[in-house]
Each structure stands twice: as structure tokens, then as C-alpha cells.
Design a protein around this ligand. Structure first.
Ligand SMILES: [Zn+2]
Length: 335
């Protein structure tokens, strides 16, 4: 069952009943989308091809939907949901039943989640989202320049009701009930330069944009060399990834944060968890987690109907990741 079906059968009826007898709708946070279309162009990290991305407003309850505009002979639409994930080895990639895929969606998804966007269409003329500078910051700037508008429908969130835990190889992750969205991430790399890093953060208003968005993806020099030899990471360069050797960071200018590595892992988790189909109210904990663990966690969550519920976000929770610090104009004509 898709989240949208659950939402329509449960929450809308429930809300309709409550709205008839109370003013609960007035206490709800409303959904948000972009005010205007906005676009950027950049190279795909893995494909090495130049891709133009158009980010456009979408109707309430659309969620995030990708369109491969370079494909017209088959279904070119791929909803950004956990059950569409087809590859988590190098990035998070989603695909539809016609085999049309979109790669490297996680940093864009993180920016949309962190900026409090509920609905957006993403048009791409190539196989993956451009890597830009390897972080979410260029997408946050795009969203800021587009502007954000409120829509008439209440925001729907996924509340965690019961702890869910998964392990995949050396990584593990947990979602547990909490009043606010928050994340704990620990990493432990076999590298003197990174080794152990840990970070805990509430995903409260504006924290994503300030603390996480600029953290770049990273790789080790020997892995980069192996990937290049295998024909992977064709678009990778020091302009879009932090590269770590035994002696330190190869990039001019060094790191953007002392703990940029764990911040980027947290950014990835924000993006991957937004594939729940809405903002999660709960606490995420990840230890050596990555895209595979994050997707396994959502699959485990949605396999247990007692572990979650779809609900509206109340105004009392408005300090949570409502707008990522970006102001929104009131209800738009799109609503
Ligand atoms: Zn990443």
C-alpha cells in the first residue's frame, strides 16, 4: 500500500470529521511548494554527462516526482519513494516499472526536506541529478531563489510509534519515537584522517541549511582510482567531492567543517529518509550507515504497520523543520 493511499483513506477522512467539528485545520502546518520554476545545469557524478535540472511547483499531496524529459517512448515518471529505490551502492537511485531510473537523488532530496518543501516536480534531461559541488547547498540556493509558498492542504507527517532497527553488513540504523525530528550519526573509518566522528542534531527550523547543507560528499583516493579504472565516477573531481589520501585532504581550501564527513552522512540520511513520502517525526540513529541501511530502515518501518502513522503536523510542532529557515508566502493559487 502506498503512503498516498493510506493518507487518503485514513487521514483525510479523519481530518474531515475533525474539521467539521473543530478548527483543527487552523492548528495545522500547511504543505509547501516552490513559488516559481528554477533550473541549474551540472555534471552527473557517475555518468559524467551534463544534465539540466528544472525544479517546478507541484500540487498538494504530489510529494516529490522526477521526470526524465530525455525519454518519451516509455513512462518517464518516477515518484521519489522508498519502494522505488533500485540501487544504493554508489548513491540512491530510483526507478519505475519501465526500467527508467534516476540516480544520485539524495542531496537534492535532502535540500527539499531541509527547506521544508512537501511538493515538487524535478525534470531532468539525463540519468542522474547533477552533483554540483557535492553538497546540498546549491539546491538550497535554488530553492531560496525560487521562493516558497504555502498551499491549502495540511502537511502530512509520518510519526514513529515504535522503535525499528536494521543492520546491513557493518552498518546499522534505528528509528524511534520522538516529539521532534532529530538525528544521531556515528562514523568510524579506517583512516587516521577521518576515524571516528559523531554528531547529534535536532532537525529544527533552519538547522539543515546552517549545519548540514554545505557538507560535501567524500571518497578515498585509492577508491577514486579504482572507480575510475572501472569506468565509474566519470564526473567526479575535486570540484564536487572531498578526496582523502593518507596525508589528508587533497582539495584546495581543505574542509568546510572539521567534521564535514559525519555532517555529510547526516545530510545523506535526511535525503534518504525523505523517501518515506513525507517528513518523519521521530529520532534517527545511524552507525556507519549509508544509502543501503537507510533504505532498509524505511522498508522495515513500512513493513510494520504498528510502527508508524500518518498524521498532520500541528502548529505546536512548527519549530520543527517547517521551512528550513526560509519564509513562505501564504496559500498560493496552486493550492
Ligand atoms: Zn551524499
Amino acid at each position: 500500500m502506498y503512503l498516498k493511499d493510506v493518507v487518503e483513506s485514513d487521514v483525510t477522512e479523519e481530518m474531515g470529521a475533525e474539521m467539521a467539528g473543530s478548527s483543527r485545520i487552523d492548528d495545522c502546518v500547511r504543505q509547501r511548494t516552490l513559488k516559481t520554476p528554477v533550473s541549474c545545469t551540472g555534471v552527473g557524478l557517475h555518468s559524467g554527462v551534463n544534465v539540466t535540472l528544472n525544479l517546478t511547483p507541484a500540487s498538494p499531496d504530489t510529494g516529490v516526482i522526477f521526470h526524465r524529459v530525455d525519454i518519451d517512448e516509455k513512462n518517464n515518471t518516477v515518484p521519489a519513494t522508498w519502494d522505488r529505490v533500485v540501487d544504493t551502492r554508489m548513491c540512491t537511485a530510483i526507478g519505475n516499472d519501465d526500467g527508467v531510473t534516476v540516480g544520485t537523488i539524495e542531496h537534492l532530496m535532502a535540500a527539499l526536506a531541509g527547506c521544508g518543501i512537501d511538493n515538487a516536480c524535478v525534470e531532468l534531461d539525463g540519468p542522474e541529478v547533477p552533483i554540483m559541488d557535492g553538497s546540498s547547498d546549491p539546491f538550497v540556493l535554488l530553492i531560496e531563489s525560487a521562493g516558497v509558498v504555502e498551499q491549502s492542504a495540511p502537511r502530512r507527517v509520518i510519526r514513529i510509534l515504535k522503535t525499528v532497527n536494521v543492520k546491513v553488513n557493518d552498518g546499522q540504523a534505528t528509528l524511534m519515537p520522538a516529539d521532534q525530528p532529530s538525528l544521531n550519526v556515528e562514523i568510524d573509518f579506517d583512516s587516521a584522517f577521518i576515524s571516528k566522528q559523531a554528531l547529534s542534531m535536532g532537525l529544527v527550523n533552519g538547522s539543515f541549511c546552517k549545519e548540514l547543507a554545505r557538507a560535501r560528499t567524500f571518497g578515498f583516493l585509492h577508491e577514486v582510482e579504482q572507480m575510475r579504472a572501472a569506468g565509474l565516477a566519470k564526473g567526479g573531481s575535486l570540484d564536487n567531492a572531498v578526496v582523502v589520501s593518507q596525508d589528508g585532504v587533497l582539495n584546495d581550501g581543505g574542509l568546510r567543517f572539521d567534521d564535514e564527513f559525519v555532517r555529510h552522512k547526516m545530510l545523506d540520511a535526511v535525503g534518504d529518509l525523505f523517501l518515506a513520502g513525507g517528513h518523519i517525526i521521530g529520532q534517527f540513529s545511524g552507525i556507519s550507515s549509508g544509502h543501503a541501511v537507510n533504505n532498509a530502515l524505511l522498508r522495515a518501518l513500512f513493513a510494520d504497520s504498528e510502527a508508524w502513522t500518518v498524521d498532520v503536523m500541528t502548529s505546536a510542532e512548527a519549530a520543527t523543520a517547517v521551512d528550513g529557515g526560509l519564509g513562505a508566502e501564504p496559500v498560493s493559487a496552486l493550492a
